[in-house]
Write a protein that binds this ligand. Structure first.
Ligand SMILES: [Zn+2]
Length: 300
C-alpha cells in the first residue's frame, strides 16, 4: 500500500502525472525561497539516513510491510515565515515541509531550550506528518466538488464559496492527530539524538517538558489517556496499545468506521468519539474528566 494516494472527485485514482507535476512545481518554488544560513547549516548537519531507518523500523514494528517511508530530504524543506506555518508545517498536496525559522528562533529563546534539539524535534514532527498516511481528493477542483485531504487520523474539507474560492468547512480529529504526532516526534527525537551520539538527557528532558506543555498539551493528554484505556480494555501493555495507534496513523485508519465505533462504545463514555472529533482544548479538558469518571468495562 502506498503512503500517499490521490483521487479525483469521483474517487477514481488520479493520473499520477498530475501529482508529479504538482511536486515538480513546488520544487521550483522551494529553490526560490529565502535561505537562512543557520537553517541551512542545521539541515546540513541533520542525518536523514538515520531518521529514515528509524521510520522503517517503526513501520515494521506496527506490522506494515516496509516498501517506502516518505521521509523528506533537503530538496523538499524550506523556510517560510507565515502565520499559517507557525513553527512548521507539512503540505499534503505538494509534499513539502515548511519551517518558520524566525518563529523557531523566537520560540527556542523564549523557552530557553537547546536550539539543536528544538530544531530536530520540529523537523521530526513534520516528517511524521509526511510519513503518516496522506490521501487527497479532488485537487483538480472538478465540478465545484469539495476538496478533501486526510493526514494520519485527521480529515480536512474545503468547499467552494460563491466566488468559487475554496474555503475550509470542516476539520475532524485534527488535535487528536497532532497529539499522536507530537508524542511520537518526542520519542523519535530522543532516539535520533541517541543514535547520533548527541543526546544530553538533562537538556532533552527539559525540551520534552516544554513541548508537552506547549500548544498541543491537551491533545497529548487525551491521546495518553486513550492509549491507557485501550491497553486496559484489551489486557495489553501500553506499548502494544501505542503500536496499534501508530499503525492506524501510518495506514490512515478511519476511526469513525462502524465496527470501531461499536468497539469504542464498550471502552469509552457514550458519544466520546463524536465529541472528540471536533473538540478544542476546552472540550478536551471536559472529555478527559469524563474519561476518568467512567469505569472501564473489561473485555470478557
Ligand atoms: Zn503537526
Amino acid at each position: 500500500m502506498k503512503s500517499r494516494e490521490f483521487f479525483n472527485a469521483d474517487n477514481a485514482p488520479e493520473d499520477p502525472i498530475l501529482q508529479e507535476e504538482r511536486e515538480r512545481l513546488a520544487g521550483n518554488r522551494i529553490t526560490k525561497r529565502e535561505k537562512v544560513s543557520e537553517m541551512e547549516a542545521r539541515l546540513d548537519r541533520f542525518n536523514f539516513d538515520i531518521l529514515e531507518q528509524m521510520f522503517k523500523e517503526r513501520l515494521q514494528k506496527t506490522g506494515i510491510p516496509v516498501a517506502e517511508a516518505n521521509v523528506l530530504r533537503r530538496d523538499r524543506i524550506s523556510n517560510l515565515n507565515h502565520p499559517l506555518v507557525g513553527l512548521g508545517g507539512y503540505n499534503t498536496s505538494t509534499n513539502e515541509i515548511l519551517i518558520g525559522f524566525t518563529n523557531f528562533r523566537n520560540y527556542a529563546s523564549r523557552n530557553n531550550t537547546d536550539r539543536y534539539f528544538t530544531f530536530a524535534e520540529i523537523l521530526i514532527h513534520e516528517e511524521n506528518h509526511a510519513v503518516s498516511k496522506t490521501r487527497c481528493w479532488n485537487l483538480k477542483k472538478e465540478n465545484n466538488e469539495p476538496l478533501s485531504t486526510q493526514s494520519g487520523y485527521s480529515f480536512n474539507v474545503s468547499a467552494p464559496d460563491e466566488s468559487g474560492a475554496y474555503e475550509g468547512v470542516g476539520r475532524v480529529f485534527n488535535l487528536f492527530n497532532e497529539g499522536v504526532t507530537e508524542i511520537n516526534a518526542l520519542d523519535m527525537t530522543e532516539e535520533y539524538l541517541r543514535r547520533t551520539g548527541d543526546l544530553d538527557k538533562k537538556k532533552f528532558t527539559y525540551l520534552r517538558q516544554v513541548t508537552e506543555h506547549g500548544v498541543y498539551s491537551k491533545a497529548i493528554e487525551i491521546v495518553q489517556a486513550f492509549t491507557k484505556r485501550l491497553a486496559g480494555a484489551n489486557g495489553v501493555s501500553k506499548d502494544t496499545a501505542w503500536d496499534t495507534i501508530m499503525r492506524g496513523y501510518f495506514e490512515g485508519e478511519d476511526i469513525l468506521r462502524e465496527d470501531f465505533k461499536e468497539w469504542f462504545g464498550e471502552i469509552l463514555p457514550p458519544g466520546f468519539m463524536d465529541k472528540l472529533m471536533r473538540a478544542d482544548d476546552e472540550e478536551m479538558t471536559k472529555l478527559l474528566e469524563e474519561l476518568e469518571q467512567t469505569p472501564l468495562k473489561k473485555a470478557a
